[in-house]
Design a protein around this ligand. Structure first.
Ligand SMILES: Nc1ncnc2c1ncn2[C@@H]1O[C@H](COP(=O)(O)OP(=O)(O)OP(=O)(O)O)[C@@H](O)[C@H]1O
Length: 294
């Protein structure tokens, strides 16, 4: 399968501080892939690298078959980018910005822009600089859908959108995906939105460790169990135990291992621990279980 994004042995540092040292993953064409990670792990930095706004300290990224630091205008026009501070032309009006963007894109779909933006109930000569944060987001999203891109890169699309507009955006995104052949690479802190949208997840940890797997596999394999300890030596994360934490008041441990394998592992390495019941997890619980609360 062709990769829309291919990242190989990527390293990036700000000053002396490495954000990642050896990051590799790929986003297959036609898939929706979410990059999830806690604040400050380097999600936005990665998008800057993918778009060629930053040059990596080492390693490489390819986007739609071109090196990210040398993307041609033609390839850039195939990428719909939602990025913090992206809407720089806030002196323009709703109508002016649409006219400004239109000539850059061969498949421009003006009706999609106005379909989203008309819902704001503002006149076409309303200035972008005089809009609320959520309204501006709506304008940016309208511009991105109108581009009809082959690849959408969305950095925290929920920025400022209220629950209704977030749903509206997700409905648009699903319709966009129904057209087929589209790839979406998304970062979000609204983990529950990912459940019905995403094919694969990439968990990025501080220091650059990554785990990529189909969302369905993550939901099926990643489990949470209560446990009891004899004495005062609780288990610690190890090769099989991903994390140990409190779920409410109950101590729990998280693992990708099946219960029998985990019980055998505990009997050998943590004999003072008795495995309790499996707990149901929302996607957000599972995300926190894997990455930790803070
Ligand atoms: N220009 C910069 N100079 C120095 N450090 C930076 C710079 N930009 C970002 N950082 C640091 O790099 C790390 C990664 O930042 P980045 O914005 O990529 O994280 P993020 O995963 O997108 O975070 P969030 O989820 O909070 O948006 C952070 O520790 C941040 O402080």
């Amino acid at each position: 399968m062709t990769a829309a994004i291919q990242v190989e042995q990527l390293a990036h540092r700000y000053g002396q501080r490495f954000i990642y040292q050896d990051l590799s993953f790929s986003v297959p064409e036609g898939k929706v892939v979410a990059l999830l990670g806690k604040n400050g792990v380097g999600k936005t930095t990665l998008i800057r690298l993918l778009m060629g706004f930053l040059r990596p300290s080492a390693g490489q990224c390819q986007v739609l078959g071109e090196p990210s630091h040398a993307l041609s205008p033609r390839t850039r026009a195939r990428i719909g980018l939602l990025f913090e501070g992206h809407l720089a032309y806030d002196f323009m009006t709703i109508a002016q910005i649409e006219r400004f963007y239109r000539p850059f894109y061969r498949r421009w779909r003006r009706e999609l822009y106005y379909d989203l933006v008309d819902r704001l109930g503002l006149s076409p000569d309303h200035k972008i600089g005089d809009m609320s944060c959520g309204q501006r987001s709506q304008v940016v999203l309208g511009l991105i859908f109108a581009q009809d891109p082959d690849l959408m890169i969305l950095d925290d699309y929920s920025m400022g959108l209220d629950a209704g507009y977030r749903r509206l955006f997700l409905d648009y995104l699903r319709r966009f995906l129904d057209e087929g052949g589209k790839t979406v690479f998304v970062t979000s802190h609204v983990v529950q939105d990912m459940e019905s949208l995403v094919d694969e997840v990439i968990f990025l940890q501080r220091g650059g460790a990554v785990k990529q797997l189909p969302l369905a596999d993550f939901r099926r394999q990643f489990r949470c169990f209560g446990f009891q300890v004899e004495g005062d030596a609780p288990p610690q994360a190890d090769g099989l135990i991903e994390n140990v934490d409190l779920h409410g008041r109950e101590p729990v441990l998280y693992s990708f291992a099946a219960p029998e394998r985990l019980a055998a592992h505990l009997a050998t390495h943590w004999p003072q621990v008795r495995l309790g019941d499996e707990q149901a997890l929302t996607l957000e619980d599972a995300f926190i279980g894997l990455t930790g609360k803070y």
